[in-house]
Design a protein around this ligand. Structure first.
Ligand SMILES: *Cc1c(COP(=O)(O)O)cnc(C)c1O
Length: 551
């Protein structure tokens, strides 16, 4: 072979394990890691390095980008990759915006291990390492939620959204047996709460059921679904000739961390369906965010071996009290890329009864490439994906390294920081009211109220006009902008759909609120005073432009 033909071999790892090629790879990793470390600044959110992403930034990128004619040396490529990281948000102690975690070391090492063999998780013959890790992780997490791990099943997939989507595919196949072949012919309906993630809305669109067939159930003041409203709305659907097929119960909402009461939901659904001679809808617990708190399901709160303080212990016990009912769900999800501390995209879909997956399996004649040639015992014709990454290896790595206690400690730290924040915010900045007081956990929503404006209690009680609430929403929007301008200093989240409250006019309107999400392992209780002081200054700025500040 001519030199020109084999020139690309230097771009690959070795075939035989020789030291020279290993050193080359290690050298590049070292360049990447040390270059990345030089960009870090523990007292800010964003990495160093100037980059102005405003204005025509993306348009100019589209204009100027070209594939190089000849390849660029690897060291130069690595420098280019580091340039992408300039001014990138990073999970320092002031990263308080949303469920966007730092990837842990075991999570990353697991990804690297998966890349080295680069198996395809489509089939165990192509990806035996991923298949083994996947079976192990499914069993481990099934035991955690109280599923029978000899009977349960699942697979790693594309996000909590992918899990909701597959739950819907199962529901359709259960309620309309021929639908996988003939298309949906029955009037199937799905239900979730007003505070649920928009994943189900999208899934209704994508399956062709249509989002009009999605019924949003009212939430209570703690952002959990109202089971009585579910019962009523299911009754309405059935009276109109519809068939309730799918319920998504959110066990940890993305904004307020409200936890739906699965036991009450299953009970209400069972009764509403049975009254019409129908089977209960498939219930998917959207535990993408909250599921990891199930590590506290078997914690001995009385003996308290981790030495949790009373407040943290009470919060975790109350969350675990709701998550014990996860085992009632027909399917659920763990987004490891969230509280599992692994990189994107590492989501796990679990089904209580693995036989359910057969409803979606492809016939052998449909999959001529894989899985049916007498070797390999593990094939996944029911996944929506064809090729799949072995993200299970990263999950496995993290589960081994953290162990139950490691996850418990991390969650306890997040919860205790959140408590300290709530306490200090209430004491120091009364104009910022906590609007999810009934949700213990790692998220605090707070809302700015103008002088003389009705407060949160009045909004909840339905004694405010639409105009009054809109005025407070507008004030909060300005507060979002104020915080957003300096998000490289401290990065908060916000939402425009916290709780729908009744107005005196008789309609319902969503509240805007800012969000503190404790997610970085580097945010500690001693940082809380600085965070609260910062918010006080920012609130005074917005407030001062509008009213005479109270203080
Ligand atoms: C994040 C989240 C989702 C979506 O998960 P992805 O992994 O982003 O697809 C769905 N539901 C809840 C409650 C979530 O927190």
């Amino acid at each position: 072979m001519s030199r020109a033909m084999d020139a690309a071999v230097h771009l690959f790892p070795s075939e035989d394990g020789n030291e020279a090629q290993r050193e080359q790879l290690l050298g590049l990793l070292n360049q990447l890691l040390s270059g990345f470390d030089r960009l870090k600044d523990a007292d800010r959110v964003n990495l160093k390095g100037g980059k102005d992403r405003s204005g025509h930034f993306y348009g100019q990128l589209a204009q100027s980008s070209r594939i190089p004619e000849g390849g660029v040396p690897l060291e130069d490529v690595t420098d280019k990759l580091l340039e992408l990281m300039h001014d990138h948000p990073y999970h320092t102690k002031y990263f308080l915006t949303n469920i966007l975690p730092m990837a842990s070391v075991p999570g990353m090492i697991g990804m690297v291990a998966a890349m080295l063999a680069n198996g395809n998780n489509l089939w165990d013959v192509y990806g035996p390492a991923g298949a083994e890790a996947e079976v192990r992780v499914i069993s481990m997490m099934s035991q955690l939620v109280g599923y029978d791990h000899a009977r349960s099943g699942g697979y790693t997939t594309w996000g909590g959204q992918g899990a909701i989507f597959t739950g819907l595919r199962l529901a359709i196949a259960k309620f309309d047996r021929d639908a996988p072949r003939s298309g949906v012919t029955r009037p199937l309906y799905a239900f979730c709460s007003e505070a649920a993630h928009y994943s189900l809305f999208k899934s209704m669109e994508a399956t062709g059921l249509g989002s009009d067939r999605l019924i949003k159930i009212r939430t209570l003041a703690d952002s959990a679904m109202d089971p009585e409203d579910l019962r009523r709305r299911m009754g309405d659907v059935i009276a109109g000739g519809g068939i309730p097929a799918y319920i998504v119960a959110t066990t940890g909402t993305t904004d307020a961390m409200g936890i739906d009461d699965l036991r009450a939901i299953a009970h209400a659904a069972e009764e509403a369906s049975a009254a019409a001679g129908l089977p209960r809808p498939h219930i998917h617990a959207d535990s993408a965010l909250g599921g990891f708190f199930a590590f506290y399901n078997d914690y001995d709160f009385d003996a308290n071996p981790l030495g949790l303080d009373d407040e943290t212990s009470a919060a975790l016990a109350s969350i675990a009290g709701r998550l014990e009912a996860l085992q009632l769900a027909d399917s659920l999800c763990f987004d490891f890329q969230k509280l599992g501390q692994t990189p994107y995209c590492t989501s796990l879909f679990l089904v209580k009864d693995s036989a359910d997956l057969q409803l979606l399996d492809l016939d052998a004649s449909e999959t001529p490439y894989v899985g049916h040639r007498g070797y390999g015992q593990y094939h996944t014709g029911y996944t929506l994906e064809c090729s799949r990454m072995a993200s299970s290896i990263s999950m496995y790595s993290a589960l081994l390294a953290f162990g139950k206690d490691g996850y418990r400690r991390l969650l306890a730290q997040f919860v205790s920081v959140n408590h300290a924040f709530r306490r200090q915010l209430a004491a120091e900045v009364p104009e910022l009211t906590i609007v999810n007081p009934g949700n213990p956990g790692i998220i605090t929503l707070f809302r700015l109220y103008g002088e003389g404006m009705p407060g949160f209690e009045q909004e909840l009680a339905g004694v405010c006009s639409r105009e009054q609430i809109e005025r407070t929403n507008a004030l909060n929007e300005r507060f979002f902008e104020q915080l957003g301008r300096q998000r490289d200093r401290m990065f908060f989240g916000d939402t425009k759909k916290h709780l729908l409250v009744p107005t005196v006019e008789g309609d319902r309107i969503a509240l805007y609120a800012s969000k503190l999400f404790v997610i970085s392992p580097y945010t500690r209780i001693e940082h809380v005073p600085e965070i609260v002081r910062y918010l006080k200054t920012q609130a005074a700025h917005v407030y001062g432009n509008e009213y005479t500040p109270i203080h």
